[in-house]
Ligand binder design. Structure first.
Ligand SMILES: NC(=O)C1=CN([C@@H]2O[C@H](COP(=O)(O)OP(=O)(O)OC[C@H]3O[C@@H](n4cnc5c(N)ncnc54)[C@H](O)[C@@H]3O)[C@@H](O)[C@H]2O)C=CC1
Ligand SMILES: N[C@@H](CC=O)C(=O)O
Ligand code: NA
Length: 434
């Protein structure tokens, strides 16, 4: 790594969207403080954009704009990648390392898909790779897992790590907003990914889960090992049924070190209203860490939005810049444990199964016997007289199971759907306890 002592540190920003603009604002307006914290001048040498003539926030000096990201990278000591997407972000970051620069990125999709390659390139260059903003926005959870908890044994991490979906579910629950309206608002507020499918279908949370699991368990956990279900199937009837039983619906990321290997999954779940995660509103995120010595830790804060995310990016910029000036390196990849990824079929969970059934005697007994056949036991069952049920000339049955293997629960649901008395399996959602 080239140490910089006699001149300002040259910073290149790639991408001037929601996050990039706020990072540039801080670099410009807080230049004095940031330089003092680093112990060196910081010079923003350029901003790579797609279209240099597009209108932009006045904090961005038009003279800094370039559409030639590659040449900009070649001149930098520190590259801040805020374009998103896999390419050209990956190639530009590898080019930065090849030129000896350090890299700060907020790109969870890229880190989850190509983390090992990026770590290797950083190590070969003797440069830093930082990505605090990639997981849970402003919340310093990457640093906590990578550094603060490096001496502990983490057993489980559970959290709300996608601001957009939390915002949508919260608006559906508290304001009765329609899904699409809430999504539109999340986009307006700068929470959503460029393609919001990544948020809604759980892919963004799955990338974060893969990063969290890799850091927590010192093991490479690829994105393909994360079982992923989004919130597009969650209806207002599900929200109402959840409320009736004292729950709210949240999109959760859960990673656990089990006897069978690392379980990593993302799915919507019913959370009891008394659970701390139930009180996480809007685009806020929360991450619970359970570890051997520290016990339970909870991290809470803004998981999305330009300014909060810029805070995490700037923290990484200062850390990487300090290394340039005073020496030192970010932690390298830690994957020595090499744990296996456990099949999602073996995950232990509880389900809420919402069924429309024929309103006649004996149906409940039939349903109960199918559930019992798979070794699953029922914790609670209730009949709900909703308008949807009477429109269908059916009864709505809501079953909550005890904990069972995912595979047995899936088989139970498949068999229930086959019963003559079951007209529709309206929804299947996991349930977590207090
Ligand atoms: N918005 C948020 O709340 C958060 C975003 N992130 C991550 O930060 C990154 C940036 O996100 P946003 O600022 O929200 O996205 P954005 O879509 O607002 O900004 C990205 C910018 O990069 C530009 N860009 C894309 N490809 C380019 C290329 N080849 N050359 C030059 N410019 C290019 C786009 O034109 C756009 O202006 C993404 O990786 C995202 O996942 C992370 C945490 C929170
Ligand atoms: N789209 C993401 C942005 C932050 O990572 C989200 O909604 O959480
Ligand atoms: Na973070």
């Amino acid at each position: 790594m080239t140490r910089v002592q006699d001149r300002s540190l040259r910073i290149a920003v790639l991408g001037a969207g929601v996050v990039g603009t706020e990072v540039i604002r801080s670099l410009v307006t807080q230049e004095g403080d940031l330089s003092a914290r680093v112990g060196s001048g910081l010079e923003l040498i350029g901003v790579a954009v797609r279209d240099t003539s597009a209108p932009r926030d006045s904090v961005i000096d038009p003279a800094l704009l370039t559409s030639d990201a590659g040449s900009l990278v070649d001149r930098a000591d520190l590259v801040v990648e805020l374009m998103g997407g896999l390419e050209p972000a990956r190639t530009l970051i590898l080019r930065a390392f090849a030129a000896g620069a350090s890299v700060v990125t907020a790109n969870k999709a890229l880190v989850a898909a190509h983390g090992p390659e990026l770590y290797e390139a950083a190590e070969a260059a003797g440069a830093d790779l930082y990505f605090e903003a990639a997981v849970a926005g402003a919340i310093p959870v990457v640093r906590a897992l990578r550094e603060s908890l490096a001496g502990d044994e983490i057993s489980r991490v559970l959290g709300i790590v996608n601001g957009t979906t939390n915002y949508i579910l919260d608006e559906m629950t508290t304001a009765g907003l329609a899904f699409d309206v809430a999504l539109g608002q999340a986009q307006e507020l700068g929470y959503a990914e460029a393609d919001p499918t990544a948020d809604v279908e759980g892919h963004d949370a799955a990338a974060k889960a893969a990063i969290i699991a890799s850091l927590a368990f010192h093991t490479r956990i690829p994105l393909s090992a994360v079982a992923c279900e989004g919130i597009s199937a969650v209806t207002k009837e599900d929200v109402a049924a959840a409320a009736e039983s004292g729950h709210v619906i949240k999109l959760l990321a859960i990673v656990e070190n089990t006897a069978g290997g690392v379980q990593a999954r993302v799915h919507p779940a019913l959370v009891p209203t008394g659970h701390p995660l139930a009180g996480v509103h809007g685009a806020f995120n929360a991450v619970f860490v359970e570890s051997e010595s520290a016990g339970e830790l909870m991290f809470y804060g803004r998981g999305a939005g330009g300014r909060p995310t810029a805070s995490a990016v700037l923290g990484d910029v200062v850390a990487a810049a300090r290394h340039r000036v005073h020496g030192g390196l970010a932690p390298a990849e830690s994957a020595y444990a090499g744990l296996a990824a456990a099949p999602s079929a073996d995950a232990l969970t509880r389900l809420q199964i919402r069924l429309y059934v024929a309103d006649r005697p004996g149906v409940l007994a039939q349903v109960a016997s199918v559930v019992a056949k798979h070794g699953v036991s029922i914790e609670a069952v209730r009949q709900s007289d909703t308008a949807q049920a009477s429109q269908r000339d059916a009864a709505e049955l809501i079953i909550i199971t005890h904990r069972a293997r995912q595979a047995d629960l899936d088989a139970t649901v498949a068999d229930l759907a086959e019963l003559d008395s079951v007209t529709e399996v309206a929804s299947v959602l996991r349930v977590i306890g207090i």
